[in-house]
Design a protein around this ligand. Sequence first.
Ligand code: 13P
Length: 250
Amino acid sequence: MRQPIIAGNWKMFKTISEAKSFFADVKGKAEIDGVESVICAPYIALPALVEAAQGTTIAIGAQNVHFEDNGAYTGEISGVMLKELGVKYVILGHSERRAYFGETDEIVNKKVHAAFKHDLLPIVCVGEKLEEREADQTKDVCKVQTTEAFKGLNAEQAAQVVVAYEPIWAIGTGKSSTSADAEDVIAYIRSVIADLYDAATADAVRIQYGGSVKPGNIAEYMGQANIDGALVGGASLEPASYIQLIEGAK
Ligand code: 13P
């Protein structure tokens, strides 16, 4: 059985004090048996969140990592640093990083390997642009992105990857994919992983849907056989709505 996983992607929101206040509000309430809660925050809020999360079941994640351990890479943060901090997850290949910071499938794959090297669990984002959807290329895009991201991973590592299917046109737009459409693409992504590895590995991989997920539609996505949770932007920023998302994933 795959444990549902709800991850809040705060993107570039919240100061350290705002992060602390958010955590105090969700502590205890966003901890529900059978659902994994994750908060992926800006780097500078991570130390405070990791400390606050001690003794709770809420996991803390970063939103990016550099693929080298150290070096002359001004402005970057490495897996060594995140590991020492006590971070558990790292979002990789988010469409905003692909679009605004030039991340290619090859870079995403290097980052996936860096994550495993330092015992961080990757949440790998895949998903099509609006024009790709309109050209009926959704599955092809997801297949290439998934295949490239998993390159060089053994089956044991592959089984631990969390994939987030985020159709780009649904991010922050209020236009969510229907649950049936999301299920169709996510089932396909699982079949791609089965072809790369085997059925047991594909069965173990958790695949989230992301894109305008709200407390009002989370249950619909969770009702689909292949959808194991959500990667949530906007609706993860308010404590009450974050708690409702975790409750809705049960
Ligand atoms: P929204 O939930 O704000 O649409 O963002 C989705 C997303 O990009 C999560 O990574």
